[in-house]
Write a protein that binds this ligand. Structure first.
Ligand code: S3P
Length: 459
C-alpha cells in the first residue's frame, strides 16, 4: 500500500488577535479550575482498549488533543458515548474484531498531539491484521518520530515514516504485527516514548525492560498497575509483562475520575504569585510528584504555595494548591530536573521575569522539539517585553535589571507569534496580564488543544 504524504505548507499571512489584560488589582479568595489532566486522559482512553476495560470516565480533558485520541480509538471500532458529563468507553466491538482474522485499515489524524501519536504508534504496531495511516498537523508533522520507531523496530514492528529533510516524521504507515519483548535504553527521558514501548509490550511474546536516563512522568505505569497489569520499577528500569486481553461479558462500566491537569494549574499559580495581594486556590489537581516539581522551583524562588492532599484517583494523589502573591527571586535548576519541568518552562520563565536576580534553567535541549522550538520562542517572548533573556548552549538565562525598569515601561504594539503552541499562548497572556500590557497573538486558538476554558477564567 503506498504511503500517502500530506505535506501542505500554509503560507497564508497570520492574523494577530489583540488581548487587553484584565485589570486584576488583586485576586482574593478565588477558586481557579483546570480541566482534566491531558496526559492521563490520553492514557485512560488508550489503556481502556489495551486492557479491554469498559470505563465511565468523568472529567476527561475537553481539549482537541484528547479529542484526536478519542476519534482514533473510535475509528478502530471502540464505542465512545457522551453520557451525563461522562464518557462511556466500550471496547467490546473492537475486541470482537480482534477475535476474527479479518484485516482492517484505518486513517487517524493526531492533530497537534505528540502524546497520542507516540503512544498509539506503539499500540497500533502490536496489533496483527491492522494497518494504520497516521498524520498530524503542521506542528506535529515536524516533530521527531524516529525515537519511537527505533525501539518498536527492535520489537519487530513495521513502520514507515516520512523523511522530511533527513528527519523522520509523520505521516506514518504502521502495519501491526506480532512483537517480541525488548530491553531498551532510552537515549532521552521521554514519557511519551516510554509509554509507547510499554503499551506495545503488552501484546509482545516476552517481557520488556525500558531504562530511562532520568525518571519521567509515570502515569502509564500507574494506570496499568491500577488495571491489573504486571509492571514494576526498579531504579531507572521499568519492566512490563505481556497482558492477556480478555473482556468481561458483564455489561458493567468501571467509574474513573481524571484529576485536574497539574501543568494547567501552573498558569494560575504564577498568576497568583505575580499579581500583588492575591490569594487563590486551585482545586482537585493531579498530585503526581513528577508533575508538581515546578511547585518546588516556585517555592525556591520565594513563592508562597502550599499543597494539600484531598484524595486519590487512578493510583495517584489528588491535591488542592493554595497560592499567595510573593516577591520572587531568581533560581537555578539542573539538567536532571528538565524532563519533569518540560511543560512548565514557558510559565516558569514568566515567573523569572518578575523575579529579582538571575534565573538559569539548565539542559533544555528537548524544549526545541516540543509543539514549537520553545527555547527560542521563550527568549523571543520575554525580550519583546524588555526582558534580558539569552540562550547559552541548551541553558536559558533570564536576567532582570536591578531597578526593574522593564516592568514599568509601557511597550506598545507587542506582537507575538505563538506558532501552534498552546503553552506559549497561555504564558504570553499571563505575562501581559502581570505587566498590564496589551498583546497581539497569533495561534491563540491552539489553547483549545489543552485548556479550552482558559480565557473565560480571565474575568
Ligand atoms: C507527555 C510527556 C512529555 C510532555 C508532554 C506530555 C506525556 O513529553 O512534554 O506534554 O503525556 O507523556 P516527552 O515525553 O516528549 O518528554
Amino acid at each position: 500500500m503506498p504511503l500517502i504524504i500530506y505535506d501542505c505548507e500554509f503560507i497564508m499571512p497570520k492574523n494577530y488577535v489583540c488581548y487587553k489584560p484584565v485589570n486584576f488589582s488583586h485576586i482574593s479568595n478565588r477558586e481557579f479550575f483546570v480541566p482534566g489532566c491531558k496526559s492521563i486522559s490520553h492514557r485512560v482512553l488508550i489503556l481502556s482498549l489495551a486492557c479491554m476495560k469498559r470505563l465511565c470516565i468523568s472529567n476527561l480533558n475537553p481539549g482537541e488533543d484528547v479529542l484526536a485520541t478519542r476519534k482514533a480509538i473510535e475509528n478502530l471500532g471502540v464505542d465512545c458515548l457522551d453520557y451525563e458529563n461522562n464518557l462511556r468507553v466500550d471496547p467490546k466491538p473492537y475486541f470482537d474484531f480482534l477475535q476474527n482474522e479479518d484485516s482492517k485499515f484505518i486513517k487517524v489524524d493526531m492533530a497537534n498531539s505528540g502524546t497520542s501519536a507516540r503512544i498509539l504508534m506503539g499500540y497500533f504496531s502490536s496489533i496483527s491484521n491492522l494497518t494504520v495511516q497516521m498524520r498530524g498537523d503542521q506542528s506535529l508533522s515536524r516533530r521527531p518520530m524516529k525515537r519511537m520507531e527505533l525501539p518498536l523496530n527492535l520489537m519487530g514492528a513495521d513502520i514507515e515514516l516520512y523523511d522530511r529533510n533527513n528527519k523522520l516524521c509523520l505521516p506514518a504507515l504502521i502495519k501491526g504485527c506480532e512483537l517480541k519483548g525488548v530491553t531498551y535504553d532510552l537515549p532521552m527521558a521521554s514519557a511519551q516514548v516510554k509509554s509507547g514501548i510499554l503499551v506495545a509490550a503488552l501484546n509482545a511474546k516476552t517481557p520488556t525492560t525500558v531504562t530511562e536516563p532520568y525518571l519521567s512522568r509515570d502515569h502509564t505505569e500507574n494506570i496499568l498497575k491500577y488495571f491489573g497489569v504486571h509492571i514494576q520499577r526498579i531504579g531507572l528500569q521499568t519492566i512490563v509483562y505481556p497482558y492477556q486481553q480478555k473482556i468481561c461479558d458483564e455489561d458493567r462500566y468501571e467509574q474513573v475520575y481524571v484529576p485536574g491537569d497539574a501543568s494547567s494549574a501552573a498558569f494560575w499559580c504564577v498568576l497568583g504569585l505575580i499579581i500583588p495581594g492575591s490569594k487563590i486556590v486551585i482545586k482537585n489537581v493531579n498530585g503526581n510528584l513528577f508533575r508538581l516539581k515546578y511547585i518546588g522551583v516556585l517555592q525556591k524562588m520565594g513563592g508562597n504555595i502550599t499543597v494539600s492532599k484531598v484524595g486519590t484517583t487512578l493510583g495517584e494523589d489528588l491535591v488542592d494548591i493554595q497560592v499567595e502573591s510573593s516577591l520572587l527571586k531568581g533560581v537555578e535548576t539542573d539538567s536532571d530536573m528538565a524532563s519533569s519541568l518540560m511543560d512548565e518552562y514557558p510559565i516558569l520563565s514568566v515567573a523569572a521575569f518578575f523575579a529579582s536576580g538571575t534565573t538559569i534553567f539548565k539542559g533544555l535541549k528537548e524544549l526545541r522539539v516540543k509543539e514549537s522550538d520553545r527555547l527560542t520562542k521563550i527568549k523571543e517572548l520575554l525580550n519583546l517585553f524588555g526582558g534580558q533573556c539569552q540562550i547559552k548552549n541548551d541553558d536559558l538565562v533570564i536576567q532582570v535589571t536591578k531597578d526593574n525598569t522593564s516592568k514599568n515601561k509601557v511597550i506598545n504594539n507587542v506582537k507575538f507569534d505563538a506558532v501552534h503552541d498552546h503553552r506559549l499562548s497561555m504564558s504570553a497572556l499571563i505575562l501581559a496580564t502581570g505587566l498590564q500590557q496589551e498583546i497581539c497573538l497569533t495561534d491563540a486558538e491552539y489553547i483549545n488543544t489543552s485548556f479550552p476554558s482558559f480565557l473565560e477564567q480571565f474575568s
